[in-house]
Design a protein. Structure first.
Length: 427
């Protein structure tokens, strides 16, 4: 096995490498919110002209230099850039492998290694809430580092895991999108299957007037309270809430994605076992946000199905509601709670300015159109997709745990890459 040599990081990678641009041309643009902690890659969200922005290329690693973005793990590799060039936030440092010396992917994983991140955090300076890493923070660091070929081998092993994670996430996105499309087809366009299996409305199905507009004959307008109730969570004590990982995850409003779904990028943990047993979530429970810290209520009222996370206990916090609903109807309400009409009702009836609040009563007051037979059939059709999503999430967490266990051992040289290890990762 090749011996690692002590090298200066400034000689091992390229820092803020020069990228030539045309100031009159628009380029792929990546902003700070595009970077998802835990993801390897980040894709552009739109295009912008390059004046005053950070420039980079496909394969470069974008490293958030400002608090709390760095502490939150916003370190991602730019990909999908039009014409191989992108522009982005001035709060990014850009890192690239040095030709013939280091590999782009290895540099990416090196930057995610805990000692490198913690060193950067320790160098931060500036006023509270606006601290930044200085550009010379890495200049004095010397480390034992592999040669180019071994850096490629290490990066390939970790990249195999990240590629599998990305594929599973994309599969989950596609499965959920299919179910959302079906919901719209059946409950907005009214093209659910009639008794002959044909699309109801376009096959001449009778429509009748209602307070919400024309609806299929036999359907009715009602409030959510006719089908669901919402249980408040428990007031877990702040002194036991921690960022240090343990076996108990506290489900908070930050656990919800904007638009709906469970956010797996960052967890809060609870370091006490003294709480009522009834405030433990079960896998696939339906939950909803009751509080939002953003002025616009970005996630207020959105739903999530509770996943399994490496066998951990997920706790029902007071700012989150547990939706009590018949299992056969649960998936209908999961997608209904993502609809813009529902969102407008929840945000419009919320209270507070800096912090927005809703309540079980306000949520359950929302009126929609219902046909229980079609709702149950919808749940039966989409259930395999949503169970597959839950299973994929569990597999993703296992792969993340494996990647995050291997990364420090590979970066430090404690673990060497052998062909058998690479083949095992593929399997």
């Amino acid at each position: 096995m090749r011996e690692w040599k002590i090298k200066r990081l400034v000689d091992y990678w390229e820092f803020n490498p020069k990228v030539s641009v045309n100031n009159n041309k628009e380029y792929s643009f990546i902003e700070m919110p595009d970077l998802m902690p835990g993801n390897k890659e980040v894709l552009p969200s739109r295009e912008r002209k390059p004046q005053g922005l950070t420039k980079f290329q496909n394969g470069d690693t974008l490293f958030a230099k400002i608090t709390p973005c760095l502490e939150n793990g916003k370190i991602c590799q730019a990909q999908g850039l039009k014409d191989n060039i992108g522009v982005g936030s001035t709060e990014f440092f850009v890192f690239r492998g040095r030709k013939g010396i280091s590999d782009n992917d290895f540099v990416h994983y090196l930057l995610k290694w805990y000692p490198i991140r913690k060193h950067a955090e320790s160098c931060m300076s500036g006023s509270a809430g606006h601290q930044r890493v200085p550009s010379d923070a890495f200049d004095s660091i010397e480390l034992p580092l592999p040669d180019y070929l071994e850096s490629v081998e290490i990066a390939n092993l970790l990249s195999l895991l990240d590629k599998k994670i990305t594929l599973l996430r994309q599969q989950n996105h596609d499965l959920e999108e299919l179910a959302q499309t079906l919901f719209k087809r059946w409950f907005v366009e009214f093209e659910f299957p009639n008794e002959n299996g044909e699309p109801y409305k376009s096959s001449g199905g009778k429509m009748v007037s209602s307070e919400l507009g024309e609806i299929p004959e036999g359907w009715r307008v009602g409030a959510l309270e006719n089908f669901i109730s919402i249980k408040h969570g428990y007031a877990f004590k702040g002194e036991y809430i921690t960022n240090i990982e343990n076996n108990q995850i506290l489900v908070t409003p930050g656990s919800f994605k904007i638009g709906g779904g469970f956010n797996l990028s960052k967890f809060k943990y609870y370091n006490s076992e003294f709480y009522p047993e009834e405030y433990k979530f079960r896998s696939n429970d339906l939950a909803v946000t009751m509080t939002d810290l953003s002025k616009d209520g970005d996630s207020l009222g959105f739903p999530a199905l509770i996943p399994e996370v490496n066998g951990k206990i997920l706790l029902h916090n007071q700012r989150v509601g547990k939706v009590i609903v018949n299992e056969n109807l649960k998936y209908f309400f999961y997608f209904l709670m993502q609809r813009r009409e529902y969102r407008a009702h929840v945000v419009g009836s919320s209270t507070g300015t800096t912090v927005r609040h809703t309540s079980p009563i306000r949520i359950c007051d929302f009126k929609y159109i219902f046909d229980e037979k079609v709702m149950r059939y919808f749940g039966k059709v989409v259930e395999p997709n949503l169970i597959k999503i839950i299973n994929n999430i569990s597999e993703i967490q296992t792969l993340i745990q494996l990647r995050d266990t291997l990364l420090p051992k590979l970066m430090s040289g404690e673990l060497k890459v052998a062909r058998e290890e690479k083949n095992a990762a593929v399997d």
